[in-house]
Design a protein around this ligand. Structure first.
Ligand code: ADP
Ligand code: LRH
Length: 477
């Protein structure tokens, strides 16, 4: 086995990064070569991703990765993951029909009722196993004007759109397809009856590809732009960022829960087969497709969006707020303060979150924090409580015993959150890696190209041998 040099493109809702990796049986090195903000743009018609800006940054990052290789080393593989559910529509010539919408755009508020009038919520869950989120692709497609489908030949999920621009190849990576609300959770194929019931073109999404499939070489214009070696290929990975993040959890055995903790917090367990019970549906647990046919049985918790959007609000109001300083001050706020339900849908759209949080606290009769550090502490206490509820519910609904909680992603840098989470869960929290998603992305590429072998547990053994984690034990009760 030889070492693979690969690039992971990981697009999060707050920032994107291109990481250069060298992976072999005893080696897993990751270097950040390009990080860039992911800033949505509001147009009169709604909130959009700046997809050409993101693609420009992807090309710049690949160029930097190519230049960072040394000696005779060539970068042989590129893998892309991003946030889920959003898509671009292509016309018959392959041109993009308009800028993709951001899932926080409010246009699906009527579309959810339209869809449910055609296919009831229970039936949808029975077919797809997916939690209800108002921005699932199925509702976004239902919100498109019907005339758009006269011109739209294909819908491509975000990583598939970037893959198309890099290689010219059309496909739908299966882990991300599982977040659309249009995939049959039992067969792993598109749910044709749902397309028919909603009047969607049956071949809207191109054929499925699986993590580890080699998609193909880069187009000549991409080689020109980036200076990459012509032997480089795009390799499919768990293109849903959460699927790659769960590969990147350094668990030792199956008795673990995970919190993939970034803009969202995805909290759950990894299973071999879906759980499609009414209790699971009522608790809004989802069965998303993982790498190697695993099931990510989880719930979305609103996540660090609550904090980042509060900070953006304060930054709009005055001098820039500093996250590390706010967290240090929040750690000094006494425990036992007010909490709110972070999953209240009022927190989904961008805007003045401190005001919305204060409203929610007032409505529930709780005390409203007076200072910014108090509000930050209130957000973190509320998230930790939601994590604990969700970890215990995931264990109970799935029957999976949980001994440890792995917290990965940018949230692993937040020591206060990790400590509060350990205390609230009553379980040890192992925090890190921060870049679990990029690590899961490159591990799948490395396996596809024969640089490492084995199942997810073998990949995780390599993570445990090479990546630092920090342990937080719960305080004695
Ligand atoms: P995404 O992939 O969704 O863009 P990340 O995994 O990059 O998200 O995590 C971003 C979050 O990480 C930020 O919202 C922030 O709360 C947290 N974070 C980033 N830097 C720090 C830091 N220095 N200290 C504490 N938390 C941090
Ligand atoms: C996290 C994530 C999550 C989805 C949301 C849209 O980045 O992919 O798993 O629910 O974004």
């Amino acid at each position: 086995m030889t070492t693979l040099t690969a690039a992971a493109i990981d697009l999060g809702a707050s920032s994107g990064r291109v990481m250069l990796a060298r992976v072999g049986p005893e080696r897993l090195d990751l270097t950040e070569v390009h990080r860039f903000p992911n800033v949505p743009v509001r147009l009169p018609g709604g909130l959009h991703w700046d997809v050409l800006r993101l693609y420009r940054d992807v090309l710049d990052g690949l160029g930097q990765a190519a230049r960072a290789t040394t000696g005779g080393e060539a970068l042989r593989s590129v893998g892309i993951d991003s946030w889920a559910v959003d898509y671009g529509l292509l016309d018959t010539t392959g041109a993009l029909l308009g800028n993709p919408y951001h899932y926080r755009d409010g246009r699906t508020s009527d579309a959810t009722a339209t869809v449910h009038a055609k296919v009831g919520e229970r039936e949808l869950y029975d077919v797809t196993g997916l939690q209800f989120l108002p921005f699932n692709t199925i509702y976004q497609l239902a919100a498109e004007p019907a005339a758009k489908f006269e011109h739209a030949d294909h819908a491509l999920l975000m990583p598939d759109l970037l893959t198309y621009w890099l290689t010219g190849a059309l496909g739908t990576e299966i882990t991300n397809a599982s977040t659309t609300g249009l995939l049959d959770v039992r067969s792993g194929d598109w749910a044709a009856p749902l397309f028919a019931a909603l009047g969607l073109p049956p071949a809207l999404f191109p054929p499925p590809r699986r993590p580890g499939d080699v998609v193909g070489p880069l187009l000549p214009e991409v080689l020109d732009d980036t200076g990459l070696d012509p032997s480089a290929v795009v390799t499919a990975v768990g293109s849903h960022d959460t699927a790659s993040a769960v590969v990147g959890v350094p668990a030792a055995d199956e008795r673990f829960a995970y919190i993939s903790c970034g803009t969202w917090s995805l909290v759950g367990v990894e299973l071999d087969r879906p759980v499609l019970t009414e209790a699971g549906r009522a608790a809004n647990f989802t069965n998303e497709g993982g790498v190697d046919g695993t099931v990510r049985y989880l719930r979305n918790v609103m996540g660090l969006w609550l904090l980042s959007e509060s900070i953006s609000t304060w930054n709009r109001q005055g001098p820039a707020a500093d996250l590390p300083a706010l967290l240090a001050a929040a750690a000094d706020v006494p425990a036992g303060g007010p909490v709110f339900d972070p999953d209240d849908p009022v927190f989904l759209p961008p805007g003045d979150l401190p005001a919305r949080i204060a409203d929610a606290l007032r409505r529930s009769g709780a005390r409203v924090p007076e200072t910014r550090p108090e509000l930050v502490r209130c957000i973190l206490d509320s998230l930790a409580a939601a994590y604990a509820r969700t970890v215990h519910e995931a264990a109970e609904l799935s029957g999976r015993a949980v001994d440890v909680v792995h917290l990965v992603g940018g949230g692993a840098r937040n020591e206060l959150l990790c400590r509060l989470t350990a205390d609230a869960c009553g379980l040890p929290v192992l925090a890190g890696p921060i870049e679990a998603t990029a690590l899961g992305n490159v591990l799948v590429q490395a396996r596809a190209h024969g640089a490492v072998g084995g199942d997810l547990w073998a990949l995780r053994a390599l993570l445990r041998a090479t990546q630092a984690v920090r342990r937080y034990d719960p305080a004695a009760r």
